[in-house]
Design a protein around this ligand. Structure first.
Ligand SMILES: Nc1ncnc2c1ncn2[C@@H]1O[C@H](COP(=O)(O)OP(=O)(O)OP(=O)(O)O)[C@@H](O)[C@H]1O
Ligand SMILES: [Mg+2]
Length: 372
């Protein structure tokens, strides 16, 4: 087993900068997620770690071993990196049985037949494929095929797994099941895993840590709790969480309020202190609040009229059974709130809402970075 370290990695494709000064240390045995929108450089990063792509600049280490360093003329080819990769489209050999598909990497290495047999059965047992070993890929469901592809990757006992959206071809229900199975398998094997996805729910549920990337640039690395509760900037705040965080432009006033024009919210003393320190009192900021931190006043525990409460119009209610996603408007401002199922709100009526200021995020409007 080994960790993976990226030091100042750049990747240029002609004019396109796919990866920009990436510094990332994935610990031994860790399940690291690379998360970001389409085209942000996830696959490129993974391919550089695998050795399928050479960085333009920077160093990559697998364990203590330097595997890529263009400046020093170092480039270890994929087959010598002891890394296994599982792609979105897992090409199984259609003419081979499940058994032979899984055994293939070991046969290539000329490992003894008895040992191959023992390891295939061990891996098949782990993945619930024992009954299917004699079938051909076309006789399997999508999820079973995906497990065969995983089996083929893990049988080599590599130091590192790289997975590029391996579940994206599966239907929603199977994806949820495979997520949990994959996570369990990774724990069991303890192999350092770098997993690419653009699905934030997958990232939050599977990762020990998440690295969030936008336009080739690392935005934040942290545990799911870190990135959810303490987003470093507006991109991270808006990318993680569903429905997404509300962003409202405001002025931070000298007397300690956020002024939205339509209404004002009283800042907490700590928030005032930080805003003052950063010279933002009297200036433009962006207020970020998650839909679940906006309450229907009827159900809110703290109510300080006029301080963290206002009246808004209900435009649309999406009833999801367990909760109500409510679209609210105050003048030109719109925001989403997640109300409990018991909430008796109705469309085209007014409602008093309470903001949980302890959960509020405040961003510098110019730099878009989190102030609080
Ligand atoms: N071989 C290539 N030649 C030129 N440009 C490339 C090449 N590979 C990737 N790119 C560009 O680099 C950027 C990053 O691509 P990459 O495939 O890493 O994105 P991604 O995050 O994996 O996206 P997705 O979620 O859509 O798979 C994109 O702008 C892409 O067009
Ligand atoms: Mg990709």
């Amino acid at each position: 087993m080994a960790g993976v370290k990226l030091v100042g990695i750049w990747k240029q494709f002609g004019e396109v900068t796919a990866v920009k000064d990436m510094n990332l240390h994935i610990k031994d045995g860790e399940f690291m997620i690379l998360l970001g929108p389409s085209g942000c450089g996830k696959t490129t990063t993974l391919r550089m770690i695998a050795g399928l792509e050479e960085p333009t600049k920077g160093q990559i280490y697998v364990g203590d071993k330097l595997v890529a360093d263009p400046k020093g003329g170092v480039f270890v080819p994929p087959k010598d990196r002891d890394i296994a990769m599982v792609f979105q489209s897992y090409a199984l050999y259609p003419h081979m049985t499940v058994y032979d598909n899984i055994a293939f990497p070991l046969k290539l290495r000329k490992i003894r037949k008895e040992e191959i047999d023992q390891r295939v059965r061990e891996v098949a047992g782990m993945l619930g494929l024992t009954e299917l070993l004699r079938r051909k890929p076309r006789e399997l469901s999508g999820g079973q095929r995906q497990r065969v592809a995983l089996g083929r990757a893990i049988i080599r006992k590599p130091q590192v797994f790289l997975m590029d959206e391996p579940l994206s071809n599966l239907d929603a229900k199977l994806r949820v099941k495979m997520r949990a199975e994959l996570k369990k398998l990774q724990r069991q094997l303890g192999v350092t895993t770098i997993y690419v996805t653009h699905d934030q729910v997958e990232a939050m549920t599977m990762g020990d840590r998440i690295a969030i990337i936008n336009h080739g640039e690392l935005q934040q690395v942290g545990t799911p709790e870190d990135v959810y509760d303490r987003p470093a900037n507006m991109f991270v705040g808006g990318f993680i969480g569903s429905p997404p965080m509300n962003f409202l432009d405001a002025t931070a006033t000298e007397d300690g309020f956020l002024d939205f024009g339509e209404f004002r919210l009283k800042l907490l003393p700590d928030q005032v202190t930080v805003l003052r320190e950063q010279g933002l009192l009297g200036g433009d900021v962006v207020f970020g609040i998650r839909p679940e931190d906006v309450y229907d006043a009827m159900f809110a525990q703290v109510k300080v009229p006029g301080e963290n409460m206002t009246t808004v119009r209900i435009e649309i209610i999406e009833n999801l059974g367990g909760e109500k996603i409510t679209h609210l408007r105050a003048g030109n401002l719109t925001l989403l709130a997640k109300f409990p199922a018991e909430s008796r709100v109705r469309e085209n009526t007014d409602v008093d809402i309470v903001f949980d200021m302890k959960k509020a995020h405040i961003f510098n409007k110019k730099t878009q970075t989190a102030v609080f």
